[in-house]
Design a protein around this ligand. Sequence first.
Ligand code: SAM
Length: 288
Amino acid sequence: MNQETGKLYIVATPIGNLGDITFRAIETLKIVDLIAAEDTRHVKMLLQHYGISNKVIALHQHNEDKAALEIVEKLRAGLSIALVSDAGTPLISDPGMPVVKAVHEANLPVVPIVGACALIAALSAAGVAITPFTFEGFTPRTSSARQAFFAERAGIPTTWVFYESCHRILDCLHDMTAVLSAERSIVIARELTKLHETIVKLPLTDMLALVENDANMRKGEFVVIVEGAAKIDVSENTITLEQERILKLLLTECSVKKAVELAVEITGGKKKVLYQAALAISNANQTS
Ligand code: SAM
């Protein structure tokens, strides 16, 4: 038996175009003792394409904790293991976290073998401010939970990114429209690296119209990027356009005090700054 401990390699695989894999990834998949995969049939097709025959074991959400212990034992015994997901970089909205944590806790080496990742590919081609950005994974499944999710993020001044499925992309845009301003800049990066790759940047209402009217825009895999809320100056302080929009809405129904309380609750931000803005809006309403 090998006296040295093995390494866990986190190997990125393509997100569509099979050419998007590194020499190092292929070499790693060849030389490891076994490959732990999200879907064994899927990875076997990939391995076949690259002429690799190697042992594959299943690693999916339901067996991750048990698999983590087994993987640690195997690494201790000197075996080297590659972890792959169905597409792209493992652990990015994919299984693997319990395994990587367990391997770290056992003080064994984890080596990333870098490659494709849908959110990074989308950001690199989107033409939006990237630093800093927030990655949200998938959005909630129900419309009400999604609207609450978007409302919580409406005032964030920096870019946020999420993954969406073809079954929910239209509903998702409707939910965004219910909560975000019509002018908010949205990028849809669809079918990246594939035949029907599409990257479109539009204001939210135009994006909704495009996806509603073009059935092809509802097919495939999606990364959605939302540009951060723009800022405006009010009374020497700053609130976001989103905060201004929400304040204006609230002021049609509530007192300044109540509107500010609710706006702070919904968008976050400084009460004093929102209060000044609310007064300015309310005064402008009275004189118009
Ligand atoms: N680990 C993968 C990565 O590195 O991007 C992501 C896995 S996650 C389970 C799958 C989601 O990623 C899809 O539903 C879609 O939102 C996004 N995605 C994956 N491949 C994509 C592609 N080629 N174009 C656009 N989005 C993609």
